[in-house]
Design a protein around this ligand. Structure first.
Ligand code: GUN
Length: 285
């Protein structure tokens, strides 16, 4: 039976640390870390993320500003808002919720966020620094995965980490982060041939493809560590991951559940990045 890695517990421990450091920053420099979240349109899943971010900011003593823009907002209006927030001293982190409506160019929007306030770690400058092993802001989901592995004392160095999924938000930065920790890294994706021959080699398997219960026990090695990034609804409306938890649980050594695994870590690492951006702002003053 595999051990369950409880993301809520790890995230609670990290939040306690964030609360202390946020208070110290207020006492020392009179600065409250501020996060601005921008949501364009009314995607229900995105609205839930933004609401959870607001609550988490409040609990950690941070300022949270929200901008809910209508679907028909022009790209130029969005870019102007981002530029205004780039020079707003109360705001240390800017998050533009993805996906954006189809009439917007996400790469251009991401490039407009100041790299110093890019708490998502999506700006090309921050992605470049991550790949050069000199990271500033690290994308929140991969960062949360690293913290959850470290918390459970799982060694990364020298391990074969297989990442399934090549998105800019999770797959690619997760692979870079694991490589920086001296893992041997393979990235597989939807076009990969004979996927099982690769996933069965993984000491640590990270799955971020958005396909409900796709990974079965035949696709993993005995004793593998499984990280499930997927959040999907199955046919009966239940929230499930990309890994078939019931099927693999006797074969894996550790597994993150869905919900309650990687999900809670993502928001916590967003607050962490916002706090760090505020601390760097104070140092640079
Ligand atoms: N959409 C899904 N995940 C994320 C994320 O981590 N950050 C942003 N900005 N949008 C997302």
């Amino acid at each position: 039976m595999s051990k369950i890695m409880d993301g809520k517990k790890v995230s609670q421990d990290i939040k306690e640390w964030i609360i202390r450091r946020t208070q110290e920053l207020k006492d020392r420099a009179g600065v409250v870390p501020g996060l601005a979240s921008i949501l364009v349109g009314d995607d229900p899943a995105s609205e839930i993320y933004v609401r959870n971010k607001r609550r988490a900011c409040g609990r950690c003593g941070m300022l949270s500003e929200e901008y809910n823009l209508p679907e028909e907002t022009s790209e130029q209006e969005l870019l102007s808002l981002i530029e205004r927030l780039n020079s707003d001293e109360k705001i240390h982190g800017i998050l533009v919720q993805l996906p954006l409506p189809v009439h917007m160019n996400p790469a251009k929007v991401i490039r407009t966020v100041s790299p110093d306030k890019d708490v998502d770690g999506f700006h090309p400058e921050n992605i470049g620094k991550l790949f050069q092993e000199n990271p500033s802001a690290i994308s929140c989901t991969p960062y949360g995965i690293e913290k959850i592995l470290d918390y459970h004392g799982i060694e990364i160095l020298g391990k074969h980490v297989v990442v399934v999924g090549k998105s800019n938000i999770v797959g690619k930065p997760a692979a870079a982060l694991m490589l920086n920790r001296d893992a041997t890294v393979t990235i597989a994706h939807i076009e990969t041939r004979n996927l099982s021959s690769i996933t069965t080699m993984a000491d640590i398997l990270i799955v971020a493809i958005g396909d409900p219960q796709f990974i079965k026990k035949e696709m993993i090695k005995d004793g593998a560590v499984l990280i499930d990034v997927g959040i999907n609804r199955n046919e009966s409306g239940k929230i499930v991951g990309d890994i078939d938890f019931e099927d693999v649980k006797e074969k894996a050594s550790y597994i993150t559940p869905v919900p309650g695994g990687v999900g809670p870590m993502t928001i916590t690492m967003l607050l962490w990045n916002t706090l760090e951006a505020a601390e760097i702002f104070v140092l640079g003053e």
